[in-house]
Ligand binder design. Sequence first.
Ligand SMILES: Nc1nc2c(ncn2[C@@H]2O[C@H](COP(=O)(O)OP(=O)(O)OP(=O)(O)O)[C@@H](O)[C@H]2O)c(=O)[nH]1
Length: 645
Amino acid sequence: MLDTFEILSTSGVVLWSRTYVPVHSYVINSLIREVLIEERTNKVAYGDGTTKPTYRKDGYIMKWNLAKDVGLIFVAVYQSLVHLTWIDKLIDNVSALFTGLYGEQLKGEIDTVKFPFDPYFDREMQRVEASNDASMSSAFEVTSNPEFTPPSSSGTDHGAEEPPPMPGLRKAPQKPIYNPDTSTDATPVPTPDTSRPSTPASRILTGKTRPGGKPSRRDRKVKAAVNSAPASSGDETSARKGKAGGKQKKNRVWNEFGADEEDNTINLDYSTVSANDPADFELPDAINPESWGRTTGKGQFVLKDLDEEMDEIIASVNAKKENSTAAGGIVGSSLGAIGGLFRNVVGGKTLTKEDLEKPLKGMEDHLLKKNVAREAAVRLCDSVERDLIGLKTNSFTTIESTLRTAMERALTKILTPTSSLDLLREITTVTATNRPYVLSIVGVNGVGKSTNLSKIAFFLLQNHHRVLIAAADTFRSGAVEQLRVHVRNLKELSKREGGEVDIFEKGYGKDAANIAADAVTFAKENKYDVVLIDTAGRRHNDARLMSSLEKFAKLAKPDKILMVGEALVGSDAVAQARNFNNSFGAGRGLDGFVISKCDTVGDMVGTLVSMVHATGIPVVFLGVGQHYADLRGLNVGSVCRLLMS
Ligand SMILES: Nc1nc2c(ncn2[C@@H]2O[C@H](COP(=O)(O)OP(=O)(O)OP(=O)(O)O)[C@@H](O)[C@H]2O)c(=O)[nH]1
């Protein structure tokens, strides 16, 4: 009978195996080496009524399926003395079942993922053996035989969505089937939910099963966001939805399954509040602190990073790709095109410039698709090429995976801050010297400066700080009123959340640098912990407005200057980041970025890379929506995973 069945990745990792009789590892290794790597096709036989390639080694037969679309090999090993008529069917069905169940995980980093495949395999094994027995002898009849048809994603002819209940057999299985979870053939096995492709993957990867449709935390947050939308007449609401200047972007909110494009909840969009606007608002509902951060043992409230959201994004993006594939669209990640799988197996090969040329071009295109600016993409690929030329690859390693690993390393290196970004600690250090900590926000028009400044204020209120918000955008009509609305909201919230917040304003047309300096003096005299300075939006190539930033830095002396950049900005990110970084005079640059509107770009988070690459300045916060709690810290690993998905 069958001795062993192994599922391997094309880079040589055993993802799952079932052993009935141990087979020495050199047996399968020789298949991989001789047939799959060295492509010695004279070692492969067909015939004996089988459609599968057959490789013989020391009394064993090996038959296999190569699923190129997911980079997997399904290998069955048995003694050459026996003749298994059902083996082809087993291999095909197991291939279809495994890729159908775990297609999503297989697109990510799979080395450490566990695949709970045992019950599925055992059931399939039992089924093919039984159907073979039934066809050979009418004495053994299947009493109820809803045809078990695993998911069809690997291109076999099995199309059913869910395995039906186990067929009831009159005849007991001929040999005991090893299955620790299902001791009898009547025990139901888990049913894969393939009705929504992203769900099983995200369940298994993130462990976020929500039985019975229980709303996710994100869903609850979305609901809270709906409740907390500022009260206004319908006309007023629609007037507020679009930023002055024709910015009519449809805002999306992330839920368990990705971006809900129908959700037009507007929470923090006070961008078109006019001087006459009564600025009515209802106090936002209490925000569950767990939805956006956690309290440390020292009592500090620290922000969550994007990890959880990123997993949801990856799952939703992959699901979309799958749908587009099903609809005849572009297949999978653009990274998949780089390797060409087996042709690229280069175990133990020393890489040359020629080997890398095409894969690197594929990688560059992939980064461009992720919204990384061309300059950054080219430089990253150049540095990876330098790292890889002359490198001897590991066994069973494709160029694709070698390149992917090298690019992940390069991205991690770029995105990992070289110094601490612990804002709360910095504030404590500065306030200990009897002066307020001063943080200012700069950026081009409409990127979300006031909104994200308010989110930072809310974060500081959670940490019980006294915050003064300085309205130093004396340029755009409505900017001061917009900030006033935020401060009113935050004041109300501070009654529940703790902390204290006030606004420092001097109207319009005055010198912004002087107002900012006055605000700092006022804050010092009145014992505020932090001054947050909002500034006017300016085009980074508007020399006149940009030049005023130097005076601003000199007078207000901010401890931190953060630039807000939109995640959706694209290639302009590089010039924006450089120009702002160079505008504060000698010896003073930006201290960090807030990347806003990350919720609107899915996995195309390349702007982060472009901005950091252009300046060497780290990302401090990510804006992920239009709610005071929609602020996150950066998780470098998650961003790299998104970029490599
Ligand atoms: N979806 C989403 N929208 C955001 C985010 N941050 C800000 N916005 C929206 O972006 C729009 C502009 O935000 P503002 O804070 O007014 O931008 P600003 O940079 O201060 O604008 P100017 O003062 O005109 O330069 C508003 O509709 C905000 O609600 C975010 O992280 N996600």
